[in-house]
Design a protein around this ligand. Structure first.
Ligand code: NAP
Ligand code: MG
Length: 398
């Protein structure tokens, strides 16, 4: 069998710990036997980030802007313990944060649905994709605790020195205060990312905020989405047979519970944070979730939604065989290869992405799966396998 040729390299961002082990196994077992793989390789493993003063992270994001599609392994975000463990020069920033700032994106997370792993919400038949705005709000806030009576005001000083003031509260006693912001540029690119992703995946798009209470802040999000939709996407959505609608966040939460799934739910940063955790755990598992960063300029970065599975890695170092679930990392590769195939007009490559995903799902639905899934699986004949045997079963089905 001849291998599928590629014309443009994928930007490959290698990572850390157990996912780094899975990464190599996926390439060796599931990609390279079928695809004449071309990548531009960036080693985002913590040792190399430290050796390059984290320049490699920045370079990998810039390469993504150049080539358009990246595939990223999970990486350690260092804390004090990691600084000691890896003898780091600095507590380097989160690679995801650095990459996101350069690519200016929205993160889309979708549960991978298989028979036998049932969502807690019994009417959810299709995955619900969360589109999380990843800039600002409470994640870039300024907070204050105040000890006694006084007046709190919001003050904006324009570039020409003009001040605009607005009373927040006349405190009679102690209290707490919080200031937060967002930018029109960031909200606009969030809206474009959501509309483009809905068209790309041919799914309806929901957007929800609390604009009845937040008449300027949240209302601005609502207005920007509405303006862009009317001006640029309404016709395209109608042609594609999909819809966009806006509703209040509490209404959205109630409706999500009664729907069948199969749509994209766009959320502000905080709502997206908590709702994606709810949706993913209701669908079964962290390792059964895809994650893709989409930029309004048509740049895509595929990754696994989970971390580096540190506990499994320490057991692996002690000689235990690899038993982790590689599905999210496989889907990062299949998603990136399919997108590369679509952009470069290589139908066999795009089809290979589909074939690989189908083989994974067929394997699990035939009852062969890793321990994290077999624990909750409702199929009758379930065989628990290690990662390599899971790959063998997938290869038989590719
Ligand atoms: P984690 O990698 O998400 O794993 C937490 C636990 O979830 C694991 O111990 C395991 O549970 C289960 N799990 C997650 N993925 C699994 C898989 N593929 N197969 C089977 N079980 C899986 O979180 P962590 O180990 O606490 O974090 C390790 C590092 O990941 C941290 O340094 C953090 O900075 C980094 N991180 C990176 C990203 C990213 O790059 N995208 C995201 C989050 C965290 P059991 O042990 O019970 O089996
Ligand atoms: Mg969270």
């Amino acid at each position: 069998m001849s291998k599928i040729a590629m014309t443009t390299p994928l930007v490959e961002m290698d990572g850390d710990e157990m996912t780094r082990i899975l990464w190599k196994m996926i390439k060796d077992e599931l990609v390279c036997p079928y695809v004449d793989l071309k990548t531009e390789y960036y080693d985002l493993g913590l040792e190399n980030r430290n050796a390059t003063n984290d320049l490699v992270t920045k370079e990998s994001a810039e390469a993504t802007l150049k080539y358009g599609v990246a595939v990223k392994c999970a990486t350690i975000t260092p804390n004090a313990a990691r600084v000691e463990e890896y003898n780091l020069k600095e507590m380097w920033k989160s690679p995801n944060g650095t990459i996101r700032a350069i690519l200016d994106g929205t993160v889309f997370r979708t549960p991978i649905v298989v028979k036998g792993i049932n969502p807690c919400v019994s009417n959810w038949e299709k995955p619900i994709t969360l589109a999380r705005h990843a800039y600002g709000d409470v994640y870039k806030n300024t907070e204050m605790k105040i000890d006694g009576p006084g007046k709190a005001e919001l003050v904006f000083t324009a570039a020409d020195g003009t001040e605009t003031r607005s009373l927040i509260h006349e405190f009679k006693g102690a209290g707490v205060l919080q200031g937060m912001h967002n930018t029109i540029d960031s909200i606009t690119s969030f809206a474009y990312a959501c509309f483009n992703f809905a068209l790309d995946t041919k799914q309806d798009l929901w957007f929800a905020t609390k604009d009845t209470i937040s008449k300027k802040y949240d209302h601005t999000f609502k207005d920007i989405f509405a303006e862009i939709y009317e001006a640029e996407y309404k016709e395209k959505f109608e042609e594609a047979g999909i819809s966009y609608f806006y509703t209040l966040i509490d209404d959205a939460v109630a409706r999500v519970m009664k729907e069948k799934g199969g749509f994209i739910w766009a959320c502000k940063n905080y709502d997206g944070d908590v709702m994606s955790d709810m949706v993913s755990s209701a669908f079964g598992s962290l390792s059964m979730m895809t994650s893709v960063l989409v930029s309004p300029k048509g740049v895509f970065e595929y990754e696994a939604a989970h971390g580096t599975i540190q506990r499994h890695y320490y057991r692996y170092l002690k000689g235990e065989e690899a038993k982790s679930n590689p599905v999210a990392s496989i889907f990062a590769w299949s998603g990136a290869l399919r997108k590369r195939g679509e952009l470069d007009n290589i139908p066999e490559l795009a089809a290979f992405g589909d074939r690989l995903e189908k083989a994974v799902i067929d394997t699990i639905e035939s009852g062969i799966m890793t321990a994290d899934l077999s624990r909750m699986c409702t199929l009758e004949n379930v065989t628990t396998v290690n990662t390599l045997d899971f790959f063998k079963a997938i290869k038989e089905r590719i």
